[in-house]
Design a protein around this ligand. Structure first.
Ligand code: SF4
Length: 440
């Protein structure tokens, strides 16, 4: 730690400093601003969504046990306060705050729970060249043993993990069905899948607070109830919106306002929704419109569950029509000239992998035939966690191009990632997965 780095820091962008940090360019042993020794045990993964810069990192203070958590890197210490991190619970898990300039006043990093976060100031003066672009995560210790296995064995390992995951999903859905019945549980599970990943909780709460039975009885008002209870209809001023949006919102408001006394107390607080860091196609308002369509076409959804045929499911969701959402990402975005599917290919695959197949496999006497069908389900590699898991396990050379474009292989990767990578705080050193592979 050195004072006086301010003059040099101006020549660097925050992204350059972050990339150099992640590449280990500043080392891994530091002294905190209050004089304690701190080591970065693992640098974690780049977080491309809302929240701290690096997730799944681990640090050790004064030689103590590694603590898992996130790392936030700012150019100036007080950016923590300026950017609202001190009151944002996304930052409650930060275990280290790194910055390049201390600023004119002493600054203590605190979370919304008033926990003090260790601070480290970086010295940019010793660094000559900004680094090249870095990957989102580092390959782990299991890359070599996985590479040494024949491809069929690697596939076996991943499918074994995927089958374990499928059994857990089937059991969870069966429990839900016991509590709420087969239709309500299916509706709740689909809502949760639409909320994945940042808005799982508000979508689950919405489906619990506005049951399928109630929405089906509400007929044409179902969309207005969903948007009203979601808290998306609290703005009465229509002037800032384009004409299709004004017409769309006016229609919803006319149905929502007479019922808000009845349902207003169920409305979700705005802060429950994560709007930033989302791809426009995944905006929760679009996903909510998709949930409204699912309710509207319920008999068809029930038939899709009973049949569990991927082609029929894809065809149904591709054919969904919504005049407004086909040309708007959100209510505040400019209209798009080209048509956008309300539910894209990757979302349909998520529904198949997380809801339709787990239900079908648990119900079907021919469960093993269903499992075989599932292993043939192709899936685009669009999920950031799966990409990170692939990078950690296979480095920059996965077995072959087609290998990862499989829903079952991706589910297996996620299971291993959750069971091993997300529990590891030793930078792979104490992870048992490589030794388990050796016994395979
Ligand atoms: S933590 Fe384990 S499974 Fe994850 S990358 Fe490291 S060695 Fe592989």
């Amino acid at each position: 730690m050195r004072e006086g780095a301010a003059a040099d820091a101006r020549e660097w962008s925050e992204h350059e400093v972050q990339a150099l940090w992640f590449a280990g360019g500043f080392g891994k042993n530091f002294t905190t601003s209050d004089g304690r020794a701190i080591s970065v045990v693992q640098f974690g993964v780049w977080n491309r969504e809302a929240g701290p810069d690096f997730a799944e990192a681990a640090v050790s203070l004064d030689g103590g046990a590694a603590q898992r958590g996130s790392i936030e890197l700012d150019m100036e210490a007080a950016d923590w306060e300026r950017h609202g991190h001190a009151t944002n619970d996304d930052y409650d898990g930060v275990v280290l705050h790194v910055f390049t300039q201390r600023g004119p006043r002493e600054f203590f990093t605190r979370t919304s729970q008033h926990r003090s976060v260790p601070q480290v100031q970086l010295d940019l003066r010793a660094i000559e060249e900004p680094p090249n672009a870095q990957p989102d995560a580092k390959p782990g210790r299991c890359v070599a043993p996985l590479r040494a296995l024949p491809l069929e064995k690697v596939r076996e390992v991943l499918l074994g993990a995927a089958q374990f995951r499928m059994k857990r999903k089937s059991a969870a859905l069966a429990r839900l069905a016991e509590l709420h019945g087969p239709d309500e549980s299916l509706y709740q599970a689909l809502a949760t899948t639409l909320g994945y990943k940042a808005n799982k909780l508000p979508f689950t709460l919405l489906a619990q607070r506005l049951p399928l039975k109630l929405l089906r009885a509400a007929k044409d008002s179902a969309t207005a109830l969903l948007f009203g209870v979601a808290g998306f209809l609290d703005q009465r001023e229509l002037a800032p919106f384009d004409s299709p949006t004004r017409a769309f919102l006016r229609g919803l408001w006319e149905q929502w306002w007479p019922r808000r006394a009845e349902f207003g107390r169920l409305a979700l607080p705005r802060e429950l929704w994560k709007m930033s860091g989302q791809r426009p196609m995944n905006h929760p308002q679009r996903r909510l419109a998709a949930l409204a369509q699912i309710v509207r076409h319920w008999p068809h959804i029930r038939a899709l569950r009973d049949g569990c045929v991927p082609e029929a499911t894809t065809e149904f969701f591709n054919g969904l029509r919504d005049e407004y959402w086909e040309h708007h990402y959100t209510v505040t975005s400019k209209p798009s000239a080209s048509r956008m599917a309300l539910v894209g290919e990757s979302r349909v695959t998520e529904m198949l992998a997380n809801v339709f197949f787990p239900i079908a496999i648990s119900h079907d006497a021919a469960g093993s035939a269903r499992w075989e069908e599932f292993t043939k389900l192709a899936a685009p590699l669009t999920n950031r966690r799966t990409e990170t898991a692939a990078l950690r396990l296979f480095g920059d050379s996965p077995p072959d191009a087609k290998f990862l474009r499989s829903a079952a292989i991706q589910q297996g990767l996620l299971q291993i990632y959750e069971d091993f990578c997300q529990r590891d705080a030793s930078d792979c050193e104490q992870c048992l997965f490589p030794s388990q592979l050796a016994k395979w």
